[in-house]
Design a protein around this ligand. Structure first.
Ligand code: MN3
Length: 197
């Protein structure tokens, strides 16, 4: 039972002008799809091809000799999660339970923005910025390359892809401008609220 490429939750042009249809088309249709295809090649005919994606990630994270499986499996999961972290007309200050959690856990929305931007722009090279829960604590972290909270026993609430392929066609070297647009116009706080429950 191969791992499949899930459908996008919105049209590819849903985030113009903050992220172009061209960026989404390459990011989903080439990058995300390649991780799915590579993973399926790596697990074909092994016990992993009957496991869930989450199980494959935990299996592969346990042993450095499984790095190729880990990298592709985690990138499949990270991208599917990332697509749900964005919605048309999203971004800006959240409300309700999410805002309460951010107020209590991070000291307010302005602190969230400051820390999330620092995690996203401060990540050297390729990686991800995350809002997570570890134990009972709300935290902002960044991970390199394919690494994700799932493999560390943390719960992911929100992520932003800061690999160059996520923004280079639209922003070139200006990663901070992409991150600002993500925060102001793209974040799907409804999805964060579901993850918080
Ligand atoms: Mn990506």
């Amino acid at each position: 039972m191969p791992v499949s490429l899930p459908a996008l939750p919105w049209p590819e042009n849903a985030f113009e002008p903050y992220t172009s249809a061209r960026t989404i088309s390459f990011h989903y249709g080439k990058h995300h799809k390649a991780y799915v295809d590579n993973l399926n090649k790596l697990i074909a005919g092994t016990p992993q091809d009957n496991r869930s994606l989450e199980e494959i990630i935990r299996f592969a994270a346990a042993d450095p000799s499984r790095a190729a499986i880990f990298n592709n499996a985690a990138q499949v999961w990270n991208h599917t999660f990332f697509w749900h972290c964005m919605k048309p007309g999203g971004g800006g200050k959240p409300a309700g339970d999410v805002l309460r959690a951010i107020d209590e856990g991070l000291g307010g929305y302005e602190k969230f923005v400051e820390q999330f931007k620092a995690a996203a722009t401060g990540r050297f090279g390729s990686g991800w910025a995350w809002l997570i829960i570890e134990g009972a604590a709300l935290k902002i972290i960044s991970t390199p390359n394919a690494e994700n909270p799932l493999a560390k026993g943390q719960k992911a609430l929100l992520t932003c892809d800061v690999w160059e392929h996520a923004y280079y066609l639209d922003y070139q070297n200006r990663r901070p401008d992409f991150v600002q647009a993500f925060i102001d116009h793209l974040i799907n706080w409804d999805f964060v609220a579901e993850n918080l429950r």
